[in-house]
Ligand binder design. Sequence first.
Ligand code: ZN
Length: 146
Amino acid sequence: MEEIIFERDEKGDILPTIQNFYKFCGQGRLMAVKCTKCNKLLAPPRMLCPSCYSSDLRWIQLSGRGQLRTYSMINIAPKRFASQVPYTVGIVKLQEGISLPGRIMLDKPGDAQIGMDVIVDFEPAQMDGWPQLPRYFFRSVNKTSG
Ligand SMILES: [Zn+2]
């Protein structure tokens, strides 16, 4: 397996870049950066906090659990996803209070429901297409009966 090499600053800290965000996905971790000045969470990460413009940001791991806020079914997709239609994309409000867009993987495309509990999962980088980065997606949490 290919070694994951993060982009780091001169102190050795992992930079808050989109590339590093996806490299964490390759390790099976959904990460955000947290502003150490105002505690704002940013996912995907940015180099500067949009609230207080601090660049003192630290990576933290997210639970990956949340609820589906809104979704739409994709019937006409870009070429590289064309074989996968219809599929569902949505916005998930995570337990940490931030929202993240993503693919919603369902047994049946019509199974999406606003408010449903979802959990993050990961797929390896696709060999075709660019960029060749691992991706995250969300799937429904099977409710235990009883
Ligand atoms: Zn801030």
